[in-house]
Ligand binder design. Structure first.
Ligand code: ATP
Length: 441
């Protein structure tokens, strides 16, 4: 029986994530730091796999998208031009009784504290989300700098450097994966709202006249990526069309997914008009127009953005994959519940576990592991009964367990156990790589 939305609680996800080394609270031995999370051994494998998948999809398979890796700290004027220093704030209020702090737009009733029910609240006041630091030895206003609140602004600032170096012409895009920081008033729902997180953003520069076509194209591309590559169906993913648009925008949608705590934004696809490039032209005093040599004219590029949080993708995958399967009764007559993460094989932290049936077969099995590990994310495990090892691999979402038994020495074949069906195939070792490749791709 699948673990339904009603029974799947965030507590189960958080506890499995910690127990199996996906995500830990940052600085836990010091009591933790609210809104900051560390990715453990399996977490980092999967995080890298998601990054690679996105990068391959958005950059490497396209000749009209270039990559960038910019700094986290930029010239403070970048954030003045983008509007972040003046406007990137949320309204917050405090409860005078229980001291809880709330983001006003997220309160069910903005007049009542959701923590203790008191109506003794302070007036809402704007709270800027930019994180500050100082560059150089003097900690004063002149040396104040900011950690980037989104990865896209450096893309706009570097537009011409990238264009010239890559010899791209409009339309083309620039993509970046990197950390972003926001001093969120109320970080919550595990990694969903963190203060330090990773974004994967692509800014596509085009002509105004074609911009709606490109908007529709990217919207469709991103939706089919989630459907095709990550297996998100209509019961788990929905599209939210913005009815209120920023003054410069022509269209915007959010791709939302169903978390145990409700629907939440995963990715935004936004038409940003010429806003970003015009603002950077205004604030830098450097012309940002694109010269269209073919038609002897200058144009300000219009931008279509796709912007997704890596941590939210990770969390969505974790929530979607979590399942508790009832296998009947165990040998003591107790319900036998199998906890399994049904990750798509392409992002699973371990794609194939190599398990010798007995310690005596370790050397032969390790040889196989060394071969396969060059092509897939593999793990070698010899500790405990085979049943316990299968269950452990189920809990970290390993799609295929490869068991090397005594017969393997004779018939040069191994047993491949499939995580989801628990069915087993006997596969010749000489064909194992092709066999796994077909399944994983
Ligand atoms: P929200 O409305 O949830 O605060 P947002 O509209 O401010 O999000 P954007 O500025 O559009 O988000 O950022 C793009 C993406 O970055 C989001 O869709 C989300 O996946 C991710 N993201 C934004 N803020 C956070 C955060 N505090 N923690 C984790 N991921 C985030």
């Amino acid at each position: 029986m699948a673990d339904t939305e009603n029974t799947l609680s965030m507590d189960k996800i958080v506890s499995l994530a910690k127990r199996r080394g996906f995500i830990f609270q940052s600085s836990e031995i010091y009591g933790g730091l609210n809104g900051f999370w560390d990715y453990g051994p399996y977490g980092v494998r999967m995080k890298r796999a998601i990054e690679q998948l996105w990068w391959r999809e958005m950059v490497e398979t396209r000749d009209n998208v270039e990559g960038l890796d910019s700094t986290i700290i930029c010239h403070p004027q970048v954030w003045k031009a983008s509007g972040h220093l003046d406007q990137f704030s949320d309204d917050m209020c405090d409860c005078r009784d229980c001291k809880a702090r709330h983001r006003v737009d997220m309160m069910e009733d903005p007049k009542v504290c959701s923590n203790c029910g008191s109506s003794n609240l302070t007036e809402p006041r704007a709270f800027n989300l930019m994180m500050k630091t100082f560059v150089g030895p003097v900690a004063d206003d002149e040396h104040t700098a900011y950690l980037r609140a989104e990865t896209c602004q450096p893309i706009f600032v570097d537009f011409h450097n990238v264009r010239i170096a890559s010899r791209q012409k409009l339309p083309f895009g620039i993509a970046q994966i990197g950390k972003a920081f926001r001093n969120e008033i109320n970080p919550r729902n595990f990694t969903f709202r963190s203060r330090e997180f990773t974004q994967m953003e692509m800014e596509f520069f085009c002509e105004e006249a074609d911009s709606m076509e490109w908007f529709d194209y990217w919207k469709e591309q991103r939706i089919s990526y989630y459907r095709g590559k990550l297996g998100f169906g209509d019961d788990f993913m929905r599209i939210h069309e913005h009815d209120k648009l920023a003054h410069y925008a022509k269209a915007a949608i959010d791709i939302e997914v169903k978390f145990p705590f409700g629907w939440g934004e995963l990715e935004g696809v936004h038409h940003r008009g010429v806003w970003d490039m015009s603002r950077h032209e205004e604030f830098s005093g450097k012309e940002q127009l694109y010269i269209d040599h073919d038609n002897h004219r200058k144009v300000m590029p219009t931008v279509i953005e796709t912007s997704v949080g890596l941590d939210r993708t990770f969390l969505a995958l974790l929530c979607k994959a979590y399942d508790e399967e009832n296998l009947g009764e165990d040998k003591d007559g107790q319900p036998d519940i199998r906890t399994v993460l049904r990750f798509p094989a392409i992002i699973a932290p371990v794609q194939a576990a190599i398990l010798p049936l007995s310690k005596k077969l370790s050397d032969n099995a390790r040889e196989l592991y060394n071969k396969l590990n060059r092509y897939f994310r593999c793990e070698f495990d010899v500790t405990g009964s085979i049943g316990k090892r299968y269950r452990r691999q189920d809990e970290i979402g390993t799609p295929y367990c490869v068991t090397f038994d005594f017969d393997s020495l004779e018939d040069k074949a191994v047993t491949v156990r499939h995580r989801d069906s628990m069915e087993q195939d006997r596969v010749a070792i000489s064909e194992l790589r092709d066999y796994l490749e077909k399944l994983i791709d």
